[in-house]
Design a protein around this ligand. Sequence first.
Ligand SMILES: NC(=O)C1=CN([C@@H]2O[C@H](COP(=O)(O)OP(=O)(O)OC[C@H]3O[C@@H](n4cnc5c(N)ncnc54)[C@H](O)[C@@H]3O)[C@@H](O)[C@H]2O)[C@H](O)CC1
Ligand code: K
Length: 516
Amino acid sequence: MIIIKLVSGAQMGQIDRYTIEELGIDGVVLMEQAGRRVTEEILAEYSALEKVVVLAGKGNNGGDGFIISRLLEQEGIAVQTFLVGNKDEITGDAWVNLEILERLDDQVTEVTTAADVENLPSDLKQADLIVDAMLGTGIKGKLRGLFPNIIDLVNEVNTEVTAVDIPSGVEADSGIVREMAVQAQQTVTFALPKLGLLLYPGAKFVGQLKVVDIGIPKQAIAQQEIETNLITADLATKLLPLRDDDSHKGNYGKLLLVAGSTGMTGAAVLTARASLKMGAGLVTVGIPSSVNPILETKLTEAMTYPLAETRDGSLDVGAIEQVEKLMSSRDVLAIGPGLTTTGEVTTVVNKLLTKIEEPVVVDADGLNVIDDLEILKEREAATILTPHPGEMSRLLEQPIKEIEVNRVAVAREFAVEYGVILVLKGSRTVIATPTGEVYINYSGNSALATGGSGDVLTGLITSLVGQDLAPVDASIIAVYLHGLAAEIGSEELTKYSLVPSDLIDYLPQAIKAIEN
Ligand SMILES: NC(=O)C1=CN([C@@H]2O[C@H](COP(=O)(O)OP(=O)(O)OC[C@H]3O[C@@H](n4cnc5c(N)ncnc54)[C@H](O)[C@@H]3O)[C@@H](O)[C@H]2O)[C@H](O)CC1
Ligand SMILES: [K+]
């Protein structure tokens, strides 16, 4: 599948409603399929189950749980079903399934008091598997009642857990976990992955994720406008530009990278090397003149251009005209890595953002010195901003925490408001476009959490924009490959020892993995 849509809990609810009310597929039928699919996944994963505990909540997630209890019993497995709540509070499709279970004489034990909770641990410990069907997409706000205690118990015992749809405690829209959530080894989710299963911190609780079809027709999904997509290997493959044998360097972009300063030449080197390794045609690094000799020795294929500098070795306003002149024969500009924020850098960056008519990628210090976001709106060519949450926090003058818990919304709103491609870095990098489309990246690992990995990403994006890719497509491939190179590289080097220059060395293997 090339594009995988990611849904919020509310969108999934709408799709359900449409399927049931407009298409006339009964909710009980959907629930039956849901329960059956989870049961199949459980049986496929665990071959020798003897005892299973199903923990059910009062909503439809619990309804799925009742079906799973019934189907596992039919397989000859001893199932204990606990309902967190009173039976007389159960309604609708969940009630239908509770009734069936009772008619079959399969016991459902109510857990309604602290004393009931105290009785749970021995059963939880003795079980081969716990099925978490307490809270699904319907969770709202802080965990209430007995849930915090029960979730604690589930997490304390050693028994493996399969979560139904989403681990209880994780919010489907955001991945927010208010105080705690069930730590699952496996999560079986219905129809489409929920955002909260991919975004942190929720993602930590999911274990292995399986997305199963429960018979929701694709028309019901199509009728929802879903603008949030998962970046898959297939999508990266589809977007990767082909290289024609009958081509020359002019076909692959002329890049100008304005980066580096005294003490930070490494940033310029990483950006340049990454852009070359991604296939750029011609790369020029514009760098404060006194550090130019360093770049000359560190870079072989890239050209360098000494730019006007102040006494402290950072850019001087004289660089504005030099960059403008260079850009008259270049296709794309990247500005920011290792520039520092001192002296005249602010003026240089802000002036260039208004003057340069080619696509611009702004990163690191380039982002830190933007003094008026309005200039972004004025730009006609594409602007790609690649902040990490700290830089985003500065751009928006909002606490990092608010950005972290709201990555998708923050990125989308910013991209739409300022007409830019926003690449909000972090585990699960979010790419947002001026039209409000969002792409979430799943590749990568903690090896990327080190100074310099952002410089590599900037090089990759700039390189692909130079190769004439649409800025959003360039960002998608770059972010995906960057993460994949980290995954491949850390297999050999470990997540501790993989450094950004290694990322560049592993890029060819990442490209190979997605090449057709
Ligand atoms: N996606 C599908 O096509 C299908 C999904 N199914 C399952 O249905 C749930 C969603 O069911 P819903 O009834 O809307 O909500 P929940 O069961 O998740 O929870 C409602 C239940 O929980 C209580 N509650 C809510 N928040 C809290 C809280 N913070 N603390 C304590 N209690 C809370 C609330 O009062 C209700 O009692 C979906 O995930 C799927 O598993 C269908 O089975 C098939 C189709
Ligand atoms: K659940």
